[in-house]
Design a protein around this ligand. Structure first.
Ligand code: NAD
Ligand code: MG
Length: 408
């Protein structure tokens, strides 16, 4: 179990919490900045300081975000190997803040393991977040983990690193935060994890309709505002497949003790069944600021910018079984969680490439899952790969996926 949920939280509490937000310009990153801004109002005993913030390409947004903070970050990172010359007028804006400007993926690793950093918010999308997330874990930080792909690719490696360093890996993903909160509330070991899924924009679509799905319809998520990659993952339900694998590694629960149910309102974020068959659920409006904040302040609960429920209106909370015939991508999560080893790295890489091709208008929506299954079935499974083998297979699976659609 890599979540140190049985032990006490870190007690090396400092009055100023330095937070490194890796992926600050994204959906989770900007929500984190909002949470930190509000924490400085409701938590006067502590100061929350965004000491490092990274963006990949959007230098303008990074400069805007950094400039809008009460205190500028000590360092801002442009992880896409740009240089000062590429920054244009944003360079002057960033320089005026007095922050150090750093470039390239190595700067992410350096910020994640910096001695002065207390909490690393891992909010980069995809496998690109792996090295910095792992560096934070190895440095024994509190890691608020949004970047689920790191666990999908390298669950056993992260798990071992966590045990060695004593890092606190706290989930930001709303389902896993819900499960964590349910386990805390029950103070008991879980028997089954029941992940909820919104069902995405195609919940009621036929396979024929999905075959013709446009990019615009796939990006129109009914309940969550998220970055494009996870939005497409939600439409295929591969997001839920990745979350099954994430839950397996985070909570040390076998695939056969994890279930998925569809809950279109996205209010019940997940449930846990205990030994006596009692089920505990966590509910809140669909707003990522709550799980982000809980990962930062755990075990404390503080006022959060998430709106309260309007309980004067009728509540309509429905649960329905997940349909793996229409959403075959979901099955991949259970298969990969059960197989372990190299399977996660291969599924993740194939999916990232396929989503990229779909976003570029080069393949059909239903090709995403078909391509993932083909690449997974073409790979020779290894049960105990080291990190460099996982990264090799990541590259191999990307090439295979592209070849399958004639883009190699
Ligand atoms: P996003 O696309 O909005 O933001 C991604 C961030 O990563 C940006 O800051 C971008 O600059 C950075 N980035 C992109 N490519 C990079 C690269 N190659 N190297 C370094 N940085 C790079 O994505 P998001 O929706 O915020 O999702 C971020 C992570 O959080 C994903 O792993 C996602 O699965 C997870 N997550 C998101 C949500 C959500 O509500 N958005 C919910 C649960 C989990
Ligand atoms: Mg989720």
């Amino acid at each position: 179990m890599i979540l140190n949920q049985d032990g006490p939280p870190h007690d090396d509490h400092r009055a100023c919490q330095n937070v490194a937000v890796l992926g600050a310009t994204g959906s989770i990153g900007t929500a984190t900045i909002d949470v930190v801004r509000q924490l400085n109002q409701v938590d006067p005993e502590n100061r929350w300081h965004i000491s490092a913030a990274s963006g990949h390409r959007n230098t303008q947004l990074l400069a805007e975000l950094a400039g809008g903070l009460d205190q500028p970050p000590d360092r801002v990172i442009l992880s896409n190997n740009v240089t000062n010359d590429d920054l244009g007028s944003d360079e002057a804006r960033l320089r005026a803040l007095g922050s150090r400007i750093e470039f390239g993926p190595e700067a992410l690793v350096s910020a994640a393991s910096d001695e002065s950093v207390d909490v690393v918010v891992a909010a980069i999308v995809g496998r690109a977040g792996l090295e910095s997330t792992l560096a934070a874990v190895e440095a024994g930080k509190r890691v608020a983990l949004a970047n689920k792909e790191t666990l999908v690719v390298a669950g056993p490696v992260v798990s071992r690193a966590c045990q060695q360093s004593g890092a606190e890996l706290l989930p930001v993903d709303s389902e896993h935060s819900a499960i964590f909160q349910c386990i805390q509330a029950a103070a008991s070991k879980p028997k089954k994890l029941i992940l909820t899924a919104s069902g995405g924009p195609f919940r009621n679509w036929t396979p024929e309709q999905m075959d013709e799905a446009t990019l615009e319809s796939a990006l129109a998520h009914p309940t969550w505002q998220m970055g494009p990659k996870i939005t497409i993952d939600s439409a295929t339900m591969i997001n839920k497949a990745l979350e099954v694998i994430e839950a397996h590694w985070l909570f040390g629960i076998p695939a056969e003790s994890i279930e998925v149910v569809v809950h279109p309102q996205s209010i019940i974020h997940s449930m846990v069944e205990f030994e006596d068959s009692s089920v505990i659920a966590q509910l809140s409006p669909p707003d990522m600021r709550l799980p982000i904040q809980y990962a930062l302040t755990y075990p404390r609960r503080l006022p959060c910018p998430t709106p309260e429920f309007d309980r004067k209106q009728p509540w309509n909370l429905t649960l329905e079984p997940a349909d793996t015939t229409r959403f075959p991508g979901l099955e991949l999560g259970f298969e990969v969680a059960a197989a372990g080893g190299t399977a996660g790295a291969v599924l993740n890489a194939a999916n990232e490439e396929a989503v990229g091709l779909f976003l570029a208008g080069k393949i059909r929506f239903t090709d995403i899952v078909k391509g993932c299954r083909d690449v997974l079935e073409n790979h020779t499974h290894e049960s105990n790969p080291p990190l460099n083998r996982l990264l090799e297979l990541d590259r191999w699976a990307r090439g295979e996926l592209k070849k399958r659609f004639g883009f190699a």
